[in-house]
Design a protein around this ligand. Sequence first.
Ligand code: SF4
Ligand code: SF4
Length: 162
Amino acid sequence: MKTLGAGKLILPEHTPFAKPLTVQQCMHYALTHPAVASVLIGCKNRAEVLNAVRYLDMSDEELDYAEVLGSLRNDFRGNCVYCSHCQPCPVNIDIATVNKYLDIGRLDKDNVSPSLRSHYQGLSATGRDCIACGSCEARCPFGVEIIKNMAEAELLFSEFIR
Ligand code: SF4
Ligand code: SF4
């Protein structure tokens, strides 16, 4: 899971929400998810390290991310930002990676490159393994239709169907 969504979640110009989350809200979001025991924040200087550890002293109100998460801009809904907040998957599909390959493949469906197909097929679990349990969709803050995407990825990248 990318705690800060590669910085997108904390930057006003890139956030998919009405306002950016704080670094500490991002950390709290990650740490309150199943199977997440720690977060690793990329810091480029001492001030950013000190800012991140302020997490330990903040109140529940300061860490609450619900209001911001509820303000998703409509133009982002349904688009995967590869944050992996939908994990864990019971059959260990790397959902963000499958979605990323799918987004690339969708750019030119009739000419999927052999290397892209090969990368997809090299994953330890693919769309073919999806059991449509729906737990990922319940966790995705961006309203991505993951089950549909897994089926589409399998259709697009499977050598047997095409
Ligand atoms: S499906 Fe949703 S939660 Fe999963 S990586 Fe994409 S945007 Fe993030
Ligand atoms: S719906 Fe499919 S991709 Fe999502 S968690 Fe379940 S098995 Fe994994």
